[in-house]
Design a protein. Structure first.
Lengths: 295, 260, 224
């Protein structure tokens, strides 16, 4: 039930810790014999999932994967009910999920706030330097015509421009961008979350500005111009393993932290490109990365 | 859950602007009516022709069955990538899905007109044209309209799925709500889609009642009259039902054969 | 889109492994509801065929249910039965409901079609209602019932893909993944596998029907 699952999360936040004691029925992962790594349903996240799974296998653990679990709500729910052990997350969005009023934006602030506000039973390991954050982009033509380099520049001409973004953008950012940059778009069109529709619409002029993500290969391919977020509207989105607290051994946590220590934003872009442009399977791409970089 | 849903639905902010309920509802309705209209223009003449001449029926059955199994999401994503552009792709997809029920309704409607009635028409010297328009089409009306109703239901549901490839309409609430973990929005979208489907179905059943000749409504000609009362949307075609030893699938079983 | 691309896609062992898994999920998500729906529909249809009041309620409910679009039902189910919102169980429950709604009419139609003299003869031979139903009426209803089950199976198999929008796995994942990366190969493979699955299940149902109804085999032009 909808209300119940949200409520369950709220209770989990507030109450003691039924989760960390209870290994979860039907899950033999409580004692860490089997680890399940989950992911959201986009390529980069699936690659990260497989990288985590691969390094955990390296510690001798038996590891299953659950690619494409879907939204954050389900991933977090899966961790709470024990059906998942680890998921690759992004600090800013995860923080927003646990606290919609969070105002932190720098990597360390966001990470610190997360560690504090995560529901009981969940924990984040070390964050990576690698980020995949929201970015507003325009075509080269638009950038030239209006002289756009930063969101400050954009703020002056917003009234003439149409933004394309995922459905949730409006609720989360429309008032914020007005506050920070005085930007009120002529229209905000619902496209998708950095998918083909957003890109096509930006290309063909249906929208003038698009909300994309920094590691997307399409930004380079299409020569889109990223507008600098000088006032830090968008929070940091460092890659971070979100885990069930207490389910992983020290060795396993070290293995995941090693991934965070090694992986860079450029790596993310390159890995995503291999899947989305070269159409390699994400499992192969992930294993290759582990062999090359972490092996 | 219900209170939040009501709260969402009664929030004035959700009744304004490009993402407001009136706009989304009209978009949804627009795509559905255009697609169903196109599909009718294409499928009705073909269905009537095949039913009248009896030629090509087997082919039609096979094609209809295959189309029924075609997954909507696969169809719209495929069309988007091949044809390009949300509107063209989804309209083609919606038409493709609406054609089979209309075709089948028209075909089996004409096909199943009591042979004695047709023979009588021949006997009194009617031309083929007169026979089609004055005898076969009126007699087939319950099934023809049943097919259209069926197609409309399907299109309303499919248009919600087509929000995935960027179509506006009510499906937006469901998909955007899922992404944003905004359940009242998801439920409001689901409810509105279902209400629209039911409303259109009721309207069409009213049309059906008005258009179907009174004689078929009450007395019944052959088994057509027996089929009409509840669910005329029978899509089973001859070959399918004859092997059931004379028993027929109630029209209802054919209703909404392809749910979206 | 070239055959090359398709060959490359299918050439990757990792892709094939994932395909097999998604296919398995698809079979499970479409056929379990078919079976459950049938199990619900038979007793319901039995009741509806005997009692006009039950018939009115059941048929009315079935019609309304059938008007509700699948995507809508998938997301509303958790609110009604208290499952987790994005659980695949919701797809199973939703498709079970659709299947039952569709088959209950078939069951009633099938039972209606059993010739009166046959049931009368069975009664005269001392068959009690339950035994008569299970050994005489139900077997005779198989042909008509199968027609309904065939329709439901095709419908379920194509509907499961919509579940990909709420993260439940199955072949629909090929559509969303292919779309996101503008990759036609997985989409085509997904469509073809869905059609193949529908075809195979349909043939299997026809075979099963023919085995269950040996008396129809001699009928000219009967089994298709």
């Amino acid at each position: 039930m909808v209300a119940v699952s949200t409520a369950a999360l709220a209770t989990a936040c507030g109450s003691g810790d039924p989760l960390s004691e209870d290994t979860g029925p039907g899950n033999d992962g409580g004692g860490s014999t089997t680890i399940t790594v989950g992911s959201a349903d986009f390529a980069e996240n699936q690659i990260l999932m497989e990288i985590y799974a691969e390094v955990l296998r390296g510690t001798g653990a038996e590891v299953n994967t659950e690619p494409g679990v879907g939204s954050r709500e389900f991933l977090v729910g899966g961790l709470e009910d024990g059906s998942l052990t680890v998921v690759p997350e992004y600090t800013g969005n995860l923080l927003y999920y646990v606290d919609t009023d969070a105002g932190e934006t720098t990597p360390d602030d966001v990470y610190g706030a997360l560690a504090e506000r995560l529901p009981e039973g969940l924990a984040v390991l070390d964050q990576a330097e690698a980020q995949n954050s929201d970015v507003l982009t325009v075509t080269e033509g638009t950038a030239g015509r209006y002289g756009l380099e930063t969101l400050d520049d954009l703020g002056e001409v917003c009234g003439e421009l149409v933004l394309g973004a995922a459905g949730e953008w409006r609720d989360r950012w429309a008032s914020r961008i007005q506050e920070l940059y005085g930007c009120e778009f002529a229209e905000i069109r619902t496209t998708d979350a950095g998918g083909p529709i957003t890109i096509d619409n930006l290309d063909d002029g249906t929208v003038d500005v698009a909300n994309l993500f920094t590691t997307m290969p399409a930004i380079q391919e299409h020569g889109f111009v990223e507008l600098e977020d000088t006032r830090q509207m968008y929070p940091a989105q460092n890659v971070v393993p979100l885990v069930r607290d207490g389910d992983l051994s020290a060795e396993q946590r070290d293995a995941l932290n090693e991934v965070s220590a090694r992986i860079s934003t450029d790596d993310l872009t390159e890995l995503a490109r291999r899947v989305e442009v070269d159409r390699e399977n994400y499992v192969d791409v992930a294993r290759d990365f582990v062999e090359r970089v972490l092996g | 859950m219900i209170p939040q849903l009501i709260e969402w639905l009664t929030d004035p902010a959700h009744w304004r602007g490009p993402d407001g309920i009136p706009k989304r509802l009209l978009e949804h309705l627009y795509y559905c009516l255009v697609a169903a209209g196109f599909a009718t223009l294409v499928a009705l003449p073909v269905g009537l022709f095949i039913g009248h001449t009896g030629r090509g029926g087997t082919l039609l059955v096979g094609a209809g069955n295959a189309l029924r199994a075609l997954p909507t999401l696969g169809l719209v994503t495929f069309l988007y990538l091949v044809v390009g552009g949300t509107q063209t792709a989804t309209l083609i997809g919606l038409v493709v899905l609406a054609v089979p029920p209309i075709l089948a309704g028209a075909y089996s409607g004409v096909q199943q007109v009591d042979r004695r009635v047709v023979d009588a028409a021949v006997g009194v010297g009617m031309t083929r044209w007169q026979r089609l328009w004055q005898v076969e089409v009126p007699n087939a009306m319950p099934l023809i309209l049943g097919g259209i109703r069926n197609a409309v239901l399907q299109v309303v549901a499919t248009a919600a799925v087509a929000a995935y490839v960027g179509l506006g309409g009510l499906g937006r609430y469901v998909l955007d709500g899922i992404r944003a973990v905004d359940y009242p929005k998801v439920l409001a979208g689901a409810l509105l889609v279902a209400l629209l489907a039911i409303l259109l179905d009721v309207v069409l059943s009213g049309v059906q009642w008005l258009v179907v000749p009174a004689g078929l409504r009450t007395a019944g000609v052959g088994d057509v009259g027996r089929r009409r009362p509840r669910r005329p949307a029978r899509r089973e075609v001859r070959g399918e039902t004859t092997d059931t030893g004379g028993g027929r699938v109630d029209g209802g079983a054919g209703h909404g054969l392809r749910k979206r | 889109m070239t055959l090359d691309e398709l060959g490359r896609y299918l050439g990757s062992p990792s892709n094939r492994e994932q395909l097999a898994e998604q296919f398995g999920q698809h079979v499970y998500l479409s056929l379990v509801p078919l079976l459950l729906g049938l199990l619900v529909a038979v007793p319901l249809g039995w009741g509806a065929q005997r009692l006009p009041s039950v018939r009115a309620v059941v048929f009315g409910g079935a019609s309304v249910l059938y008007t509700v679009p699948s995507l809508a039902l998938f997301v509303v189910i958790p609110g009604i039965i208290g499952t987790r919102t994005l659980d695949s169980i919701n797809v199973v429950v939703a498709l079970t409901l659709y299947t039952a709604a569709l088959l209950v009419r078939s069951v009633v139609g099938a039972l209606d079609a059993v010739p009166g003299p046959v049931t009368a003869a069975a009664t005269a031979m001392g068959y009690r209602p339950l035994r008569r139903f299970l050994t005489v009426e139900l077997p005779l209803a198989v042909p008509v019932l199968t027609a309904g089950v065939r329709v439901a199976s095709v419908s379920n198999i194509s509907l499961v893909s919509v579940g990909a929008l709420i993260g439940t796995g199955g072949l629909g994942v090929l559509f969303t993944e292919g779309f996101r990366t503008r990759y036609l190969a997985p989409i085509l493979v997904g469509i073809v596998l869905t059609l193949l699955l529908a075809l195979v299940v349909d043939r299997a149902l026809v075979l099963a029907r023919n085995r269950l109804t040996p008396w129809t085999r001699s009928t000219p032009g009967g089994a298709r």
